[in-house]
Design a protein around this ligand. Structure first.
Ligand SMILES: *[C@@H]1O[C@H](CO)[C@@H](O)[C@H](O)[C@H]1NC(C)=O
Ligand SMILES: *[C@@H]1O[C@H](CO)[C@@H](O)[C@H](O)[C@H]1NC(C)=O
Length: 352
């Protein structure tokens, strides 16, 4: 009986206990939570001050973009992992102590034949009369970045060879990047290809930072009496050393936080020139500019300016400009996704 009573009273008292303890918890809870909020706010303020003052320097110090291996977890020695099953990975020594990691993709029509083939087979294949593209990539990441693989696929499907190097200091290539060093690397690869490809067309495709390397290389070759068969400049930027007051867009280079995007951290800023506009005045190769109207890193006005300089130096027959509508959303890297791109490239190659 007693036990039953106790039992009966238990639920109600337990419920009261629960209510009471909940109230107590709410009461107690308010204090720590208030403190927590205040503490977090203070921390946030400190963090913001810290960020504004110190963080950019820290980031610049620790993140040298060319060393960031994007995409992560990609084995650069296994290009077949990225569905480029007719690609070989190789290393060339562009200068004493500088080893460059390079992918060579043969025309897609040869993919079956290419299975299990060695370096010698790929090297011989360069002599099959199909045009050869050397793709000079932009800053950050490696030759495995999706938009670079995307361009290689487009070119390979068109029946061209594609060689994509990681410059010194990029990807698994050794050395530190410098403007002169990148140019030497591109020049070396061009000469390496020329010795092996017979009379095939060799076209240089530069993207972003690679456009600066491409025109530097073209000028170096001109000094040796050699002219590129064709040059494609995708989302090209102008020299950063231009007269600031004379260029309405120069603010962009100095204020935009992406400044480091173009120029790897070890490069002393004032030693980087990439005088693309000056280079274009000397270049005598057919040029195709490709530029996205929604490029958030290099406004298309830069390309217009470069295009005009090139047309003055040559003529409108030899220099073309293809803009891509901003509504397509390609931004700085996405041109490879354009369904018209193969036709545009094919037309350019046929004109060479
Ligand atoms: C190899 O690549 C080609 C071209 O991209 C593709 O058509 C083919 O299906 C691939 N083969 C294999 C076995 O993955
Ligand atoms: C820069 O441009 C301004 C205005 O066009 C001109 O007055 C100045 O002399 C230029 N400076 C240099 C170093 O070219």
């Amino acid at each position: 009986m007693k036990r039953r009573l106790v039992k009966q009273s238990d639920p109600s008292s337990a419920a009261r206990d629960v209510q009471r303890s909940a109230r107590a918890q709410r009461k107690e809870g308010t204090r720590p939570r208030w403190w927590l909020k205040g503490g977090l706010l203070a921390l946030f303020v400190v963090f913001m001050l810290f960020s504004l003052k110190v963080l950019p320097e820290l980031i610049q110090h620790f993140v040298s973009t060319h060393r960031v291996r994007l995409p992560f977890f990609v084995d650069l020695s296994q290009p077949a992992d990225l569905a480029l099953n007719h690609t070989i990975n190789m290393y060339l020594t562009s200068e004493e102590g500088i080893s460059l990691g390079i992918w060579h993709t043969v025309p897609e029509s040869q993919w079956k034949e290419a299975q299990g083939k060695d370096l010698a087979w790929y090297e011989n294949a360069l002599n099959d009369r199909n045009p050869v593209f050397i793709y000079l990539h932009g800053n950050t990441g490696t030759r495995a970045a999706p938009h670079r693989v995307g361009v290689a696929k487009v070119l390979s499907a068109l029946g061209y060879h594609v060689l994509v190097p990681d410059y010194r200091g990029f990807g698994d290539s050794t050395g530190e990047p410098t403007e002169a060093g990148l140019t030497t690397d591109a020049l070396y690869l061009y000469n390496w290809v020329k010795v092996r490809c017979g009379n095939s067309l060799v076209v240089i495709w530069g993207h972003s930072l690679g456009t600066g390397v491409a025109t530097n290389t073209a000028v170096k070759l001109i000094e040796q009496g050699v002219v590129f068969d064709g040059i494609i400049l995708e989302n090209a930027f102008n020299s950063i050393r231009q007269n600031i007051s004379a260029n309405p867009f120069s603010w962009y280079y100095w204020k935009f936080p992406g400044m480091e995007y173009f120029f790897p951290e070890p490069w002393a800023k004032n030693k980087v020139a990439f005088p693309t506009e000056e280079n274009l005045k000397k270049i005598r190769s057919p040029i195709l500019f490709l530029h996205t109207e929604d490029d958030h890193l290099v406004p298309i006005q830069f390309a217009h300016k470069l295009y005009e300089a090139a047309v003055i130096a040559q003529n409108a027959e030899r220099v073309k400009m293809v803009p891509f509508d901003g509504s397509l959303g390609y931004l700085h890297n996405g041109i490879y996704r354009d369904p018209h791109l193969p036709d545009i490239i094919k037309k350019f190659v046929m004109s060479l």
